[in-house]
Design a protein around this ligand. Structure first.
Ligand SMILES: [Zn+2]
Length: 279
């Protein structure tokens, strides 16, 4: 199946809601970075998924983490994506389009709540998670077999599209393969009123990777991971238009979607506070 090439500039302007559904205040620098000089120093991790909204259209990007998996992997849930969707007046059963940026357990929980949705993911990610690399514990460490089986069921039910590397989802929304963190890692490029924003998902966990040009600890291919930073720079209007999936700095610099959703749901289509990403 040929890919839809990204030829058109997006005219639809999207709002982006970043859902901070979990965190891990116990995490250390040594768990995040290879050859880290201060491995015992604290480096808390937040967990995000996103919702894109425009003119009555809605796209869900990643679906958070199953609470049982969160506790098994030592992470805390702050509010489930299902709770956040409902707070944003989104009925999960009405969602029709879901982008899965990759298949790690912290990006595809709650799939059953999206009973009428169609899912999209990189074809390379599906080959990877069902192929020979999974014979090795290092590569399968962030995957959960029951969730991968759910993807197989969705595929056979005609509810999962496995697309090529660059793929247009809607006017002003496209996904782009970068690999690195896992074989099928992608980033999401979204046209907003302030320009092109890139949801880097796990192509960046923290801004520090991007600033220092260093890899995150969980990796399939380090050269693709570092090259991915350059791809993100090409796709985003500026470094202030780039959103990692796990950085606690995000909640400090972006406005809340509303007062009751403070520190849980942020508007990242709006500009960050003065000073931007600079930590
Ligand atoms: Zn992640």
């Amino acid at each position: 199946m040929p890919d839809k090439t990204i030829m058109t500039e997006g005219h639809t302007l999207w709002e982006i809601y970043a859902i901070r559904y979990g965190n891990n205040p116990r995490r250390t620098r040594g768990e995040n970075f290879i050859l880290e000089k201060r491995p015992a120093d604290p480096m808390p991790m937040d967990f995000y998924c996103w919702v894109l909204k425009a003119q009555g259209k809605l796209i869900v990007v990643d679906t958070g983490m199953d609470p049982e998996k969160a506790s098994r992997h030592g992470h805390d849930i702050l509010c489930t994506p299902v709770e956040a969707w409902k707070a944003l007046e989104i009925d999960p059963a009405s969602v029709d389009t879901v982008i899965l940026t990759h298949a790690h357990y912290d990006h595809l929980g709650h799939l059953d709540a999206l009973e009428n949705a169609h899912f999209l993911m990189q074809a390379e990610e599906m080959s990877y998670v069902t192929g020979p690399w999974m014979q090795r514990p290092w590569f399968r460490r962030a995957y959960e077999p029951d969730e991968l089986a759910r993807l197989v069921h969705l595929l056979h039910a005609g509810r999962l599209t496995l697309h090529g590397r660059d793929h247009e989802i809607a006017d002003g929304v496209s996904v782009h393969w970068v690999g690195g963190h896992c074989a099928g890692q992608e980033v999401v490029r979204v046209k907003t009123a302030r320009g092109w924003v890139v949801l880097a998902s796990d192509a960046l966990h923290y801004y520090e990777e991007y600033e220092r040009g260093i890899p995150f600890s969980v990796a399939f291919n380090l050269s693709d991971m570092i090259a991915g930073h350059e791809r993100i720079r090409e796709l985003a209007d500026s470094d202030d238009h780039v959103l990692p999936a796990h950085d606690p700095r995000i909640v400090q610099i972006y406005p809340a979607a509303s007062e009751p959703l403070k520190e849980k749901v942020l508007r990242v289509d709006l500009p960050p506070a003065a000073g931007g990403n600079t930590g």
